[in-house]
Write a protein of this length. Structure first.
Length: 230
């Protein structure tokens, strides 16, 4: 419970500080030992370098992952070509069972997940509804739990879309005007900020907790857009 409470208290700045501190500690330790090694340890330098490299690789494999945004579905929050850093353990270890997931997404959180259409791609959207909540759209406006809700800088950048007739679609109607849907237990309703150019839960349904792969928290390129995720 203590660990769960600790993770739930973290925000984007905390993730960044943890990542920077862990990486800096690794490089500082390596530099210190190489600058002032004991005489009998001179021959151990290659092994030391290898150990530090292994620790850095583990940090990337278990905690951090860089991504490049390939589509405009999250404009203007995330633009095509943005480079973002994802904290992979934000919701627990990727693919872990629910009891290892110490933190759950909140409405408005950005989430990286595996879409149903591909188990190799990673998509990023915004969580807008939690398990058990009723979600629907009326004339392009999002309603959750009977209230008009807005998360992030959502916008409509094109004409109203035609009705979507995919038999696997979760919504009855089109993506800007569909009937109420109750988010099933253990799943989350996600949508892109760029409503007119986003394939999201309106098309493939809620995203299960087991499909979540992390939370973007830092944009590190291009330089003029460097900053934390809103």
């Amino acid at each position: 419970m203590l660990l769960k409470g600790f993770w739930e208290s973290l925000d984007s700045l905390d993730y960044t500080l943890l990542a920077i501190a862990a990486t800096a500690a690794l490089f500082w330790g390596m530099a210190l030992l190489m600058a002032h090694p004991p005489a009998h340890a001179l021959r151990a330098r290659p092994r030391l370098i290898g150990l530090m490299a292994l620790l850095i690789l583990l940090l990337r494999a278990l905690l951090l992952e860089p991504y490049i945004i390939p589509s405009p579905s999250m404009d203007p929050t995330l633009m095509v070509g943005d480079h973002v850093l994802v904290f992979k353990a934000a919701w627990g270890w990727p693919g872990a069972s629910h009891w290892l997931c110490w933190r759950k997404p909140k409405p408005g959180d950005l989430v990286v997940f595996l879409p149903p259409s591909s188990r190799r791609e990673h998509w990023v959207k915004r969580c807008v509804a939690l398990p058990g909540e009723v979600v629907f759209c009326r004339h392009g406006q999002l309603w959750v739990g009977g209230q008009r809700r807005s998360f992030g800088p959502e916008h409509h950048s094109g004409p109203l879309p035609k009705p979507h007739h995919d038999p696997l679609c979760w919504v009855r109607g089109d993506r800007d005007d569909f009937a109420p849907i109750t988010v099933p237990p253990g799943s989350y309703w996600v949508m892109g900020d760029n409503r007119d150019y986003s394939i999201d839960s309106r098309f493939f349904g809620p995203v299960p907790l087991s499909a979540l792969r992390g939370q973007p928290f830092l944009r590190y390129a291009p330089f003029r857009r460097v900053g934390f995720m809103p």
